[in-house]
Design a protein around this ligand. Structure first.
Ligand SMILES: Cc1ncc(COP(=O)(O)OP(=O)(O)O)c(N)n1
Ligand code: 3NM
Ligand code: MG
Length: 370
């Protein structure tokens, strides 16, 4: 630490000795703030995402911060005399879910590192550059964290609700989320952009409050505007490469497919998931010829990304679709038009869990006899 502390002399050389205790307090407070924020993020990486690389990245930055936390910085601490300890912002008290908790803490760490970068230049010749570099590491961490979380949640979502115009849009979506739904797409073909933006913003907030993913149908611009988790694109919509350029690597892109060629192309172009359908003819998509159960069997054999069977699926034909190998389904009327969306969501999820458990047991039996 002696080497790092040598910069202290520079402060007095500049004739700013009276600043020194304040400078030490600023550095002390922000070294603490950055470490605390990283620790909060690290806990989620470790216990929530179970990602060793992300947890280790947090830990390595915490250790580097600790190496700068010299005794004279700690000694300058004056908590009872600090007017900032009573100050808090209402947003500090509010966390709408894990997403906002992680974002708030990344922001907190980035701010603290910016302070260390600027004030650190008065303390040690290397400190500015070190903390600038660390701030960029945190930006990358934040981006990887969001990408990881979104893909993991997508992977763990067996049921996808695609909305339709409905007087009780928010109430129905919330009821389904109450039933355990973790993936929602806002699909609205008739409303003007102003109302669509307001609806999307509110749905994103509701979904994130329940820890669910929120996807925007068709529109990359609106997805970005409301900070959606991703966008769903059809065959007539924007090419994946353009969407990826606009959305970045951390947001999800879904693509509808109706046949094996479309599936292979969507996967090759980098879709994070695909829609597979329509399984049955459906009034929600009038005039679109059903791809049928044969295409579901094909997807079960060939898709290397998560895929959702869609089109005319309800509680009565669900098991037929699952029997063909589907592990995920997407529905519109099956939840939007029912009397008890919470119960129906629970039914869908329990059926899908049941089939998954049976499949896992069967696979274990096959392996143990092999
Ligand atoms: C999960 C999912 N799969 C397919 C679609 C259909 O998308 P698209 O072909 O673009 O048709 P519209 O939904 O835009 O009418 C989807 N929305 N979601
Ligand atoms: C929006 C949509 N896309 C489809 C596709 O096959 O790409 S089928 C579909 C409508 C699904 O509605 P419901 O669950 O009410 O039948
Ligand atoms: Mg579309």
């Amino acid at each position: 630490m002696a080497e790092k502390n040598s910069g202290l002399a520079r402060v007095s050389d500049l004739g700013t000795l009276q600043l020194q205790p304040a400078l030490c307090r600023i550095l002390d407070a922000n070294l603490d703030r950055a470490r605390e924020g990283l620790r909060i993020i690290e806990e989620w990486c470790r216990f929530g995402l179970q990602s060793s690389p992300l947890a280790n990245e947090c830990k390595s930055m915490r250790q580097e911060l600790a190496s700068w936390h010299a005794p004279e910085l700690r000694a300058a601490r004056n908590t009872p005399g600090d007017p900032g300890t009573d100050l808090s912002h209402p947003q500090e008290e509010e966390r709408s879910g894990i997403e906002s908790l992680l974002q708030a803490n990344c922001c907190r760490v980035e701010e603290a590192l910016r302070v260390l970068e600027e004030y650190g230049k008065l303390y040690h010749p290397d400190m500015g550059a070190v903390f600038k570099q660390m701030r960029y590491r945190v930006y990358t961490l934040e981006s990887n964290l969001m990408a990881y979380r979104r893909r993991q949640l997508l992977d763990q979502s067996p049921l996808y609700l695609v909305t339709s115009q409905n007087d009780k849009l928010f109430a129905v979506v919330e009821a389904a989320l109450e039933g355990g739904l973790t993936l929602v797409q806002y699909r609205d073909k008739n409303t003007d952009d102003g109302e669509r933006l307001r609806n999307a913003e509110q749905l994103r907030q509701i979904c994130h409050h329940y820890g669910a993913l929120f996807i925007m149908n068709d529109r990359v611009d609106l997805a970005l505007a409301v900070d959606a988790d991703g966008v769903h694109l059809g065959q007539q919509d924007m090419p994946t490469a353009f969407a990826r350029q606009l959305l970045g690597p951390q947001r999800l892109i879904g693509r509808s497919t109706t046949n094996p060629e479309e599936m292979q192309r969507a996967i090759a172009e980098g879709a994070d998931y695909i829609g597979v359908g329509p399984v049955y003819e459906t009034p929600t998509k009038p005039g679109k010829a059903p791809a049928g159960l044969a295409y579901i069997r094909y997807a079960a054999e060939h898709s290397s990304v998560p895929w959702f069977a869609i089109g005319g699926i309800d509680m009565h034909n669900l098991t037929d679709v699952l029997d063909c190998g589907a592990e995920r389904v997407a529905v519109v009327r099956g939840i939007m038009d029912v009397e008890q969306p919470t119960l129906v969501t629970q039914y869908f999820l329990s059926q899908m869990n049941r089939i998954q458990t049976l499949k896992a047991v069967e696979q274990r039996n096959v392996q143990s006899h092999a």
